[in-house]
Design a protein around this ligand. Structure first.
Ligand SMILES: Cc1cc2nc3c(=O)[nH]c(=O)nc-3n(C[C@H](O)[C@H](O)[C@H](O)COP(=O)(O)OP(=O)(O)OC[C@H]3O[C@@H](n4cnc5c(N)ncnc54)[C@H](O)[C@@H]3O)c2cc1C
Length: 420
């Protein structure tokens, strides 16, 4: 039996899956590893947290993405160490793996920037578990609120959201629809509609990746929905039930959502001793200068575009294209058909939703959309990006109930560990 090179891919996110799929016909053995048996479609996590979508619509089985690849084995295991000198990877719950090529796409994680109390009391929104925890917490608050004397009920539903980027804005808009429309209707005798939703952003505008008029539109659309937008404010401390701003003002917050920044895994340090904001610097082929057999892509990588020279943002579209590029590069290197090419990112636009009928988006080469056209475009794009007919159908059905009927079909609280 002749042996073929082994490609070990760490992480089945956008980058890892992109690489895996482009190796389907390559003369290699692919081992794809993730700590979960599902791929998370992070752009829709806020919809799980606010009861619009079920977790299964946003977390899709990894095996379904790669089930037609006989040269690939998918394993669920948690990476604990990477030794690039020894070409060896260790796992918490699996035997060591060696490799000929390594693709690292382990993503990023929430960055609390050392804010006291954030780690213990805030709800980050980066994984499916985070989204389910936030969803359950809000539903538990609601159940507690309808047991409380009516004057106290709204305070139990107050929410503070930290960070005015896409995660904060989309969560704030969806939370407003949930509290002020669905829950207010669910509990007509309780003044849930008096609960406050406060979005805190330390910069001077929301959604900095868009132009100023789109930022202004976003702020107005959120305010119309009942969200209080606090610009130029920092969060100094988070306690159980409250948030203290830099100015010393204390805001009631039984629920604090953290959407303010990213850092990467401590494993990044085993790939480079010159990390840039926690990210691993890579060359034009997305590999390490000293170890060209090691590729890094997605949120973990500090990669520059081959044409513009600009550092690429931490976006799903960048991660997917970079992963695919790595898969093609390894394939080309092995087949010696063509020389590998430096990575150039094709920007297909960016979008964010604010709530029913409201969104912002930029579609290259310069089409700026707001309002209903942006909202409909956002829906069509995300439907196309979701994997599997089952997830697409579920998303479409739930969006119909949410935005046409103001209902939230997923607002059920499930505690599997509880005795019935
Ligand atoms: C709330 C939110 C909204 C977003 N919205 C958008 C959007 O609208 N548009 C857009 O383009 N981008 C968006 N992004 C960014 C986008 O989701 C990321 O850029 C993209 O997921 C990065 O892909 P990745 O493959 O690098 O990492 P990920 O997709 O995070 O994948 C990393 C994988 O590694 C696995 N992993 C991590 N550590 C270990 C370990 N120790 N052992 C084993 N496995 C491990 C994880 O389980 C995960 O599956 C959003 C992100 C968030 C959090």
């Amino acid at each position: 039996m002749t042996s073929v090179p082994k490609v070990l891919i760490l992480g089945a996110g956008f980058a890892g899956l992109g690489a895996a799929r482009k190796l389907a016909k390559a003369p290699v053995d692919v081992v794809l590893v993730d700590r979960h048996d599902y791929h998370t479609f992070q752009p829709l996590l806020y919809q799980v947290a606010t009861d619009i979508l079920d977790p299964e619509t946003v977390g899709h089985p990894v095996r379904e993405y790669v089930d037609n690849q006989p040269n690939l084995r998918f394993v669920t295991a948690k990476v604990s160490g990477i030794d690039i000198a020894a070409r060896n990877v260790t796992f918490e719950d699996w035997e060591d793996q060696t490799y000929d090529y390594l693709v690292v796409g382990l993503g990023a994680r929430a960055n609390f920037f050392g804010t006291p109390g954030a780690d213990e009391h805030a709800f980050p929104l980066y994984t499916l578990n985070h989204a389910i925890r936030l969803k359950n917490h809000v539903l538990e608050q609601f159940e507690a609120a309808v047991k409380a004397p009516p004057p106290e009920a709204p305070e139990m539903m107050d929410v503070v959201i930290v960070g005015g980027g896409p995660t904060g804005v989309e969560t704030a808009g969806a939370m407003a629809d949930l509290l002020y429309v669905t829950m207010a209707r669910d509990a007509p005798r309780y003044p849930i509609g008096n609960a406050s939703i406060t979005l805190v952003e330390h910069g001077d505008r929301l959604l900095r990746m868009f132009n100023e008029s789109m930022s202004e539109y976003t702020k107005e659309a959120l305010e119309e929905r009942g969200v209080t937008v606090r610009l130029g404010e920092s969060v100094a401390q988070i306690d159980q039930g409250s948030v203290t701003l830099g100015s010393g003002e204390v805001i009631n917050a039984p629920t604090t959502v953290w959407g303010a920044g990213l850092t990467t895994s401590p494993l990044a340090a085993s790939l480079s001793d010159d990390l840039q904001h926690g990210r691993v610097p890579v060359g034009p082929l997305l590999n390490l200068a000293e170890h060209p057999e090691v590729y890094v892509a997605g949120d973990l990588a500090w990669a520059k575009d081959a044409r513009s020279g600009e550092v690429l943002p931490q976006l799903g579209s960048v991660a997917l294209q970079a992963g695919e590029h790595i898969g093609r590069t390894i394939d080309r290197t092995l087949r010696k058909h063509k020389d590998p090419e430096p990575f150039h990112y094709i920007d297909k636009g960016s979008m964010a939703t604010i709530g029913r009928g409201a969104a912002v988006g930029v579609i290259p080469p310069g089409l700026h959309l707001t309002g209903r056209p942006a909202f409909l475009t956002w829906g069509a794009v995300h439907l196309a990006l979701l994997n599997g007919a089952d997830s697409k159908t579920a998303a479409l059905t739930n969006w119909f109930w949410t935005w046409m009927r103001h209902d939230r079909p997923s607002r059920v609280l499930i505690h599997p560990d509880e005795e019935d």
